[in-house]
Design a protein around this ligand. Structure first.
Ligand code: ADP
Ligand code: MG
Length: 348
């Protein structure tokens, strides 16, 4: 039996599902989070609650584990870099530094000759005045955004008058794509040209929050192949180890764009728990812990619905499900509007 111990930085639902996957592989998990109510503490073997800059507590984590990974992007690079001097951090900290900055991330993708939306760096409000060409567009913070937070739609130049934001944080303005569809590709890279790839997943958002994911995605062969090809190029170029997700837009003319990269397991991949022999979480653990790579086999088509805010309540009160339905309650104590509380996967 393996005696391996894995450290996971971040304690949200992704941390919970990673801990569960680790447990199934006989690997102990220690979750570190700056949220004392972090849901993952209910799923892991040990929990450390402290700030991401607390050197003493971080050292406590490092001393307890053999390898360290993370479940969200917005961890200070310095923290990951310091840990990496003592124990391996996977994916490597430089990947996280690149991807946690929207501008650096998009520049990186374009250098690979992969299409992104058109974007421009914004340093002050008046920069936008000459950028009519980028409207309608979305102003986004370069760092710390998620689930549409830190995003401001702009239809016309005059809209900037009502913007009351601190531009010193750094923004980009992105041209709005006339969306036909959104898809994602999840890939686990184990080493040089060694991958397992899940088929593209079709995603529907409501108010910029993922609501529904399904496989198979209703897309043509060219888009299917191009999205997989681009995800492979990105993972290879980053020399990535672990599970990574690439989010794509498809416009009304069937052009494919990379929207963003998530250097971690991803909400759209929750259906892999029930629809594949190996989930995105198990594959992440297998890759970062250097375990055997097992060929992926799809078990079933599937759809996943996120339960947001109060939507969880009816399932908590009456968890009656059909045989092909699987409920995941993230066991978050506080039910908050726009907060992901759980999900249901249906095999179809
Ligand atoms: P987050 O980091 O919050 O996930 P995203 O950049 O992925 O931010 O944006 C969230 C969602 O908002 C996207 O999945 C998409 O539905 C919509 N969106 C964002 N940027 C654009 C764009 N340039 N054109 C069209 N839709 C967009
Ligand atoms: Mg996104």
């Amino acid at each position: 039996m393996s005696e391996l111990k894995l450290g996971i930085i971040g304690g949200g639902q992704l941390g919970s599902m990673l801990s569960t996957a680790a447990k199934n592989l006989n690997i102990k998990s220690v979750v570190y989070s700056d949220d004392k109510d972090a849901p993952a503490q209910k799923f892991c073997d040990e929990f450390i609650f402290s700030d991401y800059n607390n050197k003493e507590k971080i050292l406590e984590l490092v001393n307890k584990v053999d390898v360290i990974t993370y479940e969200f992007e917005n961890i200070p690079f310095e923290t990951l870099n310091e840990i990496n001097k003592l124990k391996p951090v996977l994916p490597k900290p430089s990947v996280n530094r690149l991807i946690q900055h929207r501008l650096a991330e998009k520049d990186f993708i374009n250098k690979l000759n992969i299409r992104t939306t058109r974007y421009v760096s914004i340093e002050k409000k008046s920069d936008i005045e000459t950028l009519e060409d980028f409207l309608p567009g979305i102003l986004k913070t370069t760092t710390m955004g998620y689930d549409g937070k830190g995003q401001y739609p702009l239809k016309k130049i005059e809209d900037i008058k009502s913007l009351n934001i601190d531009f010193s944080r750094g923004y980009i303005l992105e041209k709005l794509v006339k969306l036909k569809k959104e898809i994602s590709v999840i890939i686990t890279r184990f080493g040089n040209h060694s991958y397992e790839i899940y088929e593209p997943i079709e995603n529907t958002h409501q108010e910029q929050i993922l609501k529904l994911s399904k496989i198979p995605a209703d897309i043509n062969k060219k888009i299917l192949e191009q999205s997989i090809d681009w995800a492979k190029s990105i993972a290879e170029e980053l020399k990535y180890i672990g599970t990574l997700c690439v989010e794509f837009f498809i416009d009304r003319n069937e052009n494919l764009y990379v929207n963003e990269i998530a250097p971690r397991v991803h909400n759209s991949g929750h259906l892999t728990i029930n629809a594949y022999n190996i989930s995105q979480f198990e594959n992440h653990i297998r890759a970062v812990c250097n375990l055997e790579k097992i060929p992926l086999k799809k078990i079933s088509n599937a759809k996943m619905i996120n339960l947001i805010g109060k939507e969880i309540i009816q399932y908590r009160e009456n968890p009656k499900l059909n045989e092909n339905e699987f409920l995941f309650d993230y066991q978050k104590t506080e039910v908050k509007e726009k907060r992901k509380m759980g999900h249901i996967t249906t095999l179809i």
